[in-house]
Design a binder for this molecule. Structure first.
Ligand code: GLY
Length: 372
């Protein structure tokens, strides 16, 4: 029996990751994408940092489960696309004013405490105000913006995933029982169509609540910039308060990020945001302040009230959710892809233990806030 096409609403990192996993399992899948340039996957710095970000509780467990899966997932993406993703298991340093601050860090138990001399050894040239730090060797980075997103797109097209670029899903259609029956779309040429479908994944990032207002997802704007440093200028990622520095293999230094919930969907860079990043660079790695500037950009993180994602079944039968990943989308893509593939293709192995999948789908239910 031919399978019905699964629609993925959103062509960002989550949408592509899920489409890839579903296509690998042999099911027909089409990605509907309004605007590729809005995708947070092209905005983020690509840190893989459950420990450096100081996550806790179920979100830390989800992040750790994803981190563990990343090498195998990247191998699949690279194998299916023929493109490298720039995964670097480089470790992340969190600099602190002193040892007391380092010891009090939420994930301190997972890291290695560094006194000033050890900190300087890990990050030559680190600013003088940091007297201690934590090194998380298990954390790392991936070149999301230049490599991972493109590799995923190519892996998807190679496996026959359909793409509709410039297509906005304007509404979800339900049948008499309330289950998903289709989507109403507006294509790039302005024409409107209905597309029947019984199974879809909502992966619309910061815009998720525009399609389904029950979802508690809102935008948190982030501004970023990049500088060109010498090749392999930075061995470790530096995750400072309010600013982090992510050095790619070729010396590009990606600098993030402001966190501006009050900005809503306001487009553009602001002098205050750029000053924050420039001040952060000067404090963390003074020599980098003189490196040639490359790009400046911004985007919108999809946030929820507890900053955890919404995963699995949603308010409409047939519609699954993969949104609300806030600061941790790149990290959480691998586990999100596996969990959603398990939901969409339950007869095939997902690589996630059923008990673990059930635990995460419970912890990250879309309606957990109403129940609290
Ligand atoms: N992952 C860090 C950020 O969103 O800025």
């Amino acid at each position: 029996m031919a399978h019905e096409t699964i629609l993925i609403l959103g062509g960002g990192l989550m949408g592509l990751t899920i489409a890839h996993q579903v296509a690998r399992r042999g099911l027909p899948v089409t990605v509907l994408s309004r605007s590729r340039r809005e995708a947070a996957g092209f905005v983020a710095a690509g840190m893989l940092a459950p420990h450096a970000e100081g996550l806790s509780g179920e979100l830390l467990a989800l992040g750790q489960a994803s981190l563990e899966r990343i090498p195998a997932w990247v191998e699949q993406v690279e194998g299916d696309s023929g493109l490298g993703c720039g995964l670097r298991p480089c470790g992340i340093v969190v600099p602190c004013a002193g040892s007391a601050e380092a010891e009090a860090y939420p994930t301190a138990a997972h890291g290695q405490l560094l006194e000033r001399a050890a900190l300087e050894h890990q990050v030559p040239g680190i600013g003088p105000s940091w007297q201690a730090g934590l090194l998380f060797m298990q954390d790392g980075q991936i070149d999301n913006r230049r490599r991972l997103m493109r590799a995923l797109e190519r892996a998807c097209t190679g496996l026959g995933v359909g793409f509709e670029e410039g297509t906005e899903v304007e509404a979800l259609q339900r049948d008499g029982s309330g289950a998903l029956a289709g989507v109403a779309l507006r294509r790039a040429d302005g024409s409107r169509h209905g597309l029947p479908c019984r199974r879809a994944v909502l992966a619309c990032g910061a815009w998720s609540a525009e399609l389904l207002p029950e979802l508690p997802v809102f935008p948190v704007k982030g501004q970023m910039l990049s500088l060109q440093g010498p090749r392999q200028a930075l061995r470790r990622v530096i995750f400072g308060p309010g600013t982090y520095l992510v050095g790619r293999e070729d010396g590009l230094l990606v600098v993030g990020a402001t966190s501006e919930p009050a900005a809503g969907f306001a487009d553009g860079l602001t002098p205050a945001g750029q000053r924050q990043l420039e001040g952060g660079i000067a404090a963390l790695l003074p020599e980098a302040a003189g490196w040639p500037p490359m790009e400046r950009w911004w985007g919108f993180r999809p946030c929820t009230p507890d900053e955890g994602p919404l995963l699995g079944p949603g308010p409409i039968p047939g519609l699954l959710l993969a949104t609300g990943h806030h600061r941790n989308g790149v990290l959480l893509a691998a586990i999100t892809g596996a969990l959603l593939a398990q939901q969409l293709c339950p007869d095939q192995p997902s690589g996630v233990e059923p008990a673990m999948a059930a635990r995460f789908l419970r912890a990250f239910r879309w309606d957990r806030f109403a129940a609290a």
